[in-house]
Design a protein around this ligand. Structure first.
Ligand code: GTP
Ligand code: MG
Length: 328
């Protein structure tokens, strides 16, 4: 690896090769790479660029890739620079989605002002949140105006994505009422903007009805009135319809968040939350990587069965030993 300070400089100069190299570095789980990655991230802090980070989620087939292709090229058409990243925490790809799939975003992939980074093919256990978050920070330092963080609609990945973005967009199908019963209500509450996609052809009427239903519900629930709730819009990612409204709504929301201070507050809270997540992750890593620890756990497992030992006492003793041995 070349000099890390140089790499950071090239990233901040929006050098694409450097950008890919930097993301490859932070994706690596090798110990020496981790040290270099931290050095890199530290250098990049000197950039005070701020992108708008937008999370994007929806069930398989709802049109995420198509939307990113359409909306991404709409943004680059306005001279904006767009990065697309994926958060895919499951080791088995959820519902067969390939996030950040360039074959579904061919036009965007060819745009000089766009950068698409698919999720790493090899999904190691742990460290996914860290990698995505660092990739977001790298793209921000590289001066992208908008960073789209794609994730698939399966709970955990959305929570992870939401913890690194400024705004969260949920894509739904027309007639998503039933789908919504299945989707945890929390996800809808997490969204700042809900797009009813495929509002074209024979589905257009259904999409418009869904829109009216949602808006009706929004006006009548006390929760929505008290805590704010998502905005709803129809669009057709395929026909590139409704994109102007989506753009305007996202940027209006951004202005509002800046004005009322929630923007900075949200990012600060994310940083604090991030610290705690890292402590948890690092603790687990260090604990499980001690020499002989797996054998010790296996012995305890055996004793729980053969000697009827209490799991809670075994766990307590194991951790007590570790903390005592690692004091000072
Ligand atoms: N009619 C219509 N079809 C659409 C629209 N957007 C996407 N599609 C179609 O829906 C199918 C799925 O679209 P994708 O963009 O691949 O959906 P996705 O959410 O990325 O799906 P996964 O990657 O599998 O999670 C494709 O056949 C698209 O052409 C739309 O606005 N209108
Ligand atoms: Mg897709």
């Amino acid at each position: 690896m070349e000099n890390i300070a140089e790499l950071a400089k090239s990233v901040m100069n929006a050098d694409r090769r450097a950008l890919s190299q930097a993301i490859t570095l932070i994706e690596s789980s090798r110990d020496d790479h981790r040290i270099q990655a931290m050095e890199l991230m530290d250098h990049l802090r000197s950039s005070d660029r701020k992108a708008i980070r937008v999370g994007l989620s929806g069930t398989p087939g709802v049109g995420k890739s198509t939307f990113i292709e359409s909306f991404g090229t709409y943004l680059t058409g306005m001279g904006l620079r767009v990065a697309v990243l994926a958060v895919d925490p499951s080791s088995i790809r959820s519902g067969g989605s390939i996030l950040g799939d360039k074959t579904r975003m061919e036009r965007l992939a060819r745009e000089p002002n766009a950068y698409i980074r698919p999720s790493p093919s090899q999904t190691h256990l742990g460290g996914v949140a860290r990698r995505s978050r660092e990739a977001v920070a790298i793209c921000e330092a590289a001066g992208f105006d908008t960073i789209l963080v794609e994730t698939v609609g399966v709970g955990q990945s959305e929570i992870e994505a939401a913890s690194m973005v400024d705004l969260f967009v949920l894509l739904l199908l027309p007639n998503a009422g039933d789908e919504l019963q299945g989707i945890k209500k929390g996800i809808l509450e997490m969204a700042d903007l809900v797009l009813i996609n495929k509002a074209d052809g024979h589905l257009k009427k259904d999409a418009e009805k869904s829109l009216r239903d949602f808006q009706g519900a929004k006006n009548y629930t006390i929760e929505a009135q008290n805590f704010g709730s998502p905005d709803f819009l129809c669009c057709s990612a395929l026909n590139r319809e409704g994109l102007v409204e989506v753009y305007e709504r996202i940027f209006e929301k951004r202005e509002l968040l800046h004005k009322n201070g929630h923007w900075i507050e949200n990012r600060q809270n994310q940083q604090k939350q991030w610290l705690r997540m890292l402590v948890d992750e690092e603790l687990q890593q260090r604990f499980h990587h001690q020499p002989g620890i797996q054998e010790k756990i296996e012995i305890l497992e055996e004793e729980i069965i053969s000697q009827n030992k209490l799991p809670s006492i075994c766990a307590e003793n194991l951790l007590d030993d570790w903390f005592t041995n690692n004091k000072g």
